[in-house]
Design a protein. Structure first.
Lengths: 114, 109
């Protein structure tokens, strides 16, 4: 099973709202990733968790707060977002981040900030 | 210079054509190389990993040239369903995967 699931599929939120994106994988992978993708652009790496610890933060604004409750779950907490944060948010997982392994992507959450 | 560069295209080819994409990378310490395919409004899906010895999967062939720091993807006998954006991904010594901007392929009847 090479499936990564993400919820919700779509999310509309106001700039004062707090919401969370969820990602789950059951492949036994120990690395999980958050990416942001704008239209006609490649995915941009935001965060990497390796063995449930934050390994990489690509200078992401603090209004995005990642959380890894366990090895299968990855959350992205959103607070006080701006309209320019509207994008497709992709979660991915791989066996081990430091081995440059293949990443498997979830279907993404399409976020609109009003 | 960007770390990973691709010609954005679009490459517009007829069914049955052979088409090739290149992707150049700047970090000579790069270790892992992949081609992903992304359909409109969908997530990227792995097409193939790229090894020094090259690899082939049906109509698709990927090659790595470390000396010139590029990877290539060759698609033979193009199908309409091959229309998509092809993303190359390179992982360097810092283990941060870096995406190219993608190459758009349109296969027409």
């Amino acid at each position: 099973d090479t499936e990564v699931t993400q919820t919700p599929k779509h999310l509309v939120m106001g700039m004062t709202n707090k919401k969370s994106l969820k990602c789950e994988q059951h492949m036994g992978h120990r690395a999980m990733y958050w990416y942001k993708q704008k239209a006609k652009k490649p995915p941009e790496l935001m965060f990497v968790y390796s063995y449930e610890k934050l390994s990489i933060n690509e200078s992401v604004p603090s209004r995005f707060s990642p959380e890894c409750p366990n090895s299968s779950l990855l959350n992205l907490h959103l607070h006080a977002l701006q309209p320019e944060d509207s994008a497709l948010y992709l979660c991915a997982s791989s066996q081990d981040h430091r081995q440059g392994e293949t990443q498997y992507f979830g279907p993404g959450t399409r976020l609109l900030v009003l | 210079r960007k770390e990973v560069e691709q010609d954005p295209g679009p490459f517009n080819v007829p069914e049955g054509a052979t088409v090739a994409f290149n992707c150049t990378y700047s970090n000579s310490a790069s270790q892992s190389f992949f081609w992903y395919r992304q359909d409109c409004r969908k997530e990227p899906k792995l097409l193939m990993s790229v090894y020094s010895s090259g690899n082939e999967d049906g109509r698709f062939t990927a090659q790595l040239n470390r000396a010139s720091q590029y990877i290539s993807l060759l698609i033979r006998d193009s199908k309409l369903s091959d229309s998509a954006t092809y993303l190359c991904v390179v992982t360097g010594g810092s283990y941060i995967p870096t995406f190219g901007r993608g190459t758009s392929l349109i296969v027409h009847p």
